[in-house]
Design a protein around this ligand. Structure first.
Ligand code: PMP
Length: 426
């Protein structure tokens, strides 16, 4: 029995499913989840000291790589000063200023503790600001486990086959309208009928919770137009894409300006941080300035701010995202070449430093129904094969993969050699 198997057995006695977040349980791929002991750069080390090249990066935050010395130093320094005061600190303003500089659509920003809190707060704010109840989301997009947003959601909800969760009152879910990602005509039709009742459209500008689906040309532009025509708040959920697709996020990459943005993952440098921000006029509706309530005991915690700000400063260095995108493209194209060599149909896609691969005959995947047609059984075999070779991919056919700056050319070659070997066995 491996250490992971022993630990998983123990964990299941006390933690539902043995995990604190469902996708970690490996239900999407079978087998025992790997328990990790430490991490350094592009590598994770399990409880048996086996090394893995990591393409999850703690689900996105570790864009620099693990145990980055700059982040460690910032954390150590803050620990010596105190781990939290529940009162204003200078570093919160430094952080807010940095976010506003990097993401120009954000004129004011509020820190929270997770991506879920960020989207939840942005939705409440949009409803409070517009005085409307209905919201539009897209099938297969995941915005955290917010009641209103856990309708036809992606990520773990999709991996476990539960895109609608029990526990959400029908009277709440009825305000959520779910439309097809990348189908602007469907959006226009809905808005023609009830546009003036819709508070917000929330969208992952690159869908990363049904694998990786970039927007088709015109989709994000169309959302912006429709929102402008109907006084609806356009919310980009950039929890995953923020600071990753480009320094200014997907909105910078595609040149579309949302009204509100939800952030998470990279913004915390590995600590629990989220944020939501946007137009000053809307953000001024948040308490204590305005009537829309939102708060947090640990929001803006100095340890989290120290890690997050250090991470944002590091990725602001010139050339960072070009380098990261180049690495991502090498992995993406290498997977495709390995599949071609083995005669396995594979579609690969990416946006900046996130990528996805689909076992499908289709040349590309743009819609949720196409995602559902992919060969999940083949993905599982590929995942398990790569894991055995020491490459840690997301344990679900419905998650995007991430590349970190610490990933070297040798690591990429190691990964692609493993991919060639495993593809040949499929
Ligand atoms: N939005 C998106 C796009 C996400 O990918 C996630 C998490 N994967 C969330 C929101 C929720 O973030 P958290 O898990 O930090 O609550």
């Amino acid at each position: 029995m491996s250490h992971s198997e022993e630990l998983f057995e123990q964990a299941q006695k006390y933690i539902p499913g043995g995990v604190n977040s469902p996708v970690r349980a490996f239900r999407g791929v079978g087998g025992t989840p790997v328990f990790f002991k430490h991490a350094e750069g592009a590598y994770l080390y399990d409880e048996d000291n086996k090394r893995y090249i990591d393409f999850i990066g703690s689900w996105g935050p570790m864009i620099l790589g693990h145990s980055d010395p700059r982040i460690k130093a910032a954390l150590h320094a803050q620990v010596d000063l105190g781990v939290g005061y529940g009162a204003p600190t200078a570093i919160e303003t430094d952080m807010a200023k940095k976010v506003c500089e990097l993401v120009p659509s954000i004129e004011m920003v509020r820190m929270v503790n997770s991506g879920t809190e960020a989207t939840m707060s942005a939705i409440r704010l949009a409803r409070g600001y517009t005085g409307r109840d209905k919201i539009v989301k897209f099938e297969g997009c995941y915005h955290g486990h917010v009641d209103s947003l856990l309708v036809k959601a992606g990520s773990g909800a999709l991996t476990l086959g539960e895109p609608n969760s029990p526990g959400i009152p029908a009277s709440l879910a009825e305000h959520t309208i779910t439309l097809d990602f990348n189908d602007i005509d469907g959006v226009r039709e809905t808005f023609k009928k009830i546009g003036d009742q819709i508070a917000a459209i929330i969208v992952e500008p690159v869908a990363g919770n049904m694998n990786c689906i970039p927007p088709v040309p015109g989709f994000l532009e169309g959302l912006r137009e429709v929102c402008d025509e109907h006084g609806t708040v356009l919310i980009f959920d950039e929890v995953m894409t923020g600071f990753r697709v480009s320094l200014g996020g997907a909105q910078g990459f595609y040149g579309i300006t949302p009204d509100l943005t939800a952030l998470g993952k990279v913004i915390g440098g590995g600590l629990p941080v989220g944020a939501f921000g946007g137009k000053r006029e809307i953000m001024e509706h948040i308490s204590p300035l305005g009537p829309v309530y939102q708060a947090g005991t640990l929001s803006g915690n100095p340890l989290a701010m120290a890690a997050g700000l250090t991470s944002l400063n590091a990725i602001s260095e010139p050339g960072f995202h070009d380098r990261l995108t180049e690495k991502t493209n090498k992995v993406r194209d290498g997977f495709k070449a390995a599949a071609d060599e083995a005669g396995i149909p594979l579609a690969v896609q990416s946006a900046g430093a996130m990528f996805g691969f689909f076992f499908t005959d289709a040349p590309s995947v743009a819609r949720f129904d196409q995602v559902m047609e992919c060969d999940v059984e083949r993905f599982k075999k590929f995942f398990q094969g790569m894991l055995a070779e020491g490459v840690y991919l997301a344990p679900s056919a419905f998650e995007a993969s991430f590349v970190c700056d610490a990933l070297s050319d040798d690591d990429i070659e190691f990964t692609l050699a493993a991919a060639r070997k495993v593809m040949a066995t499929l």
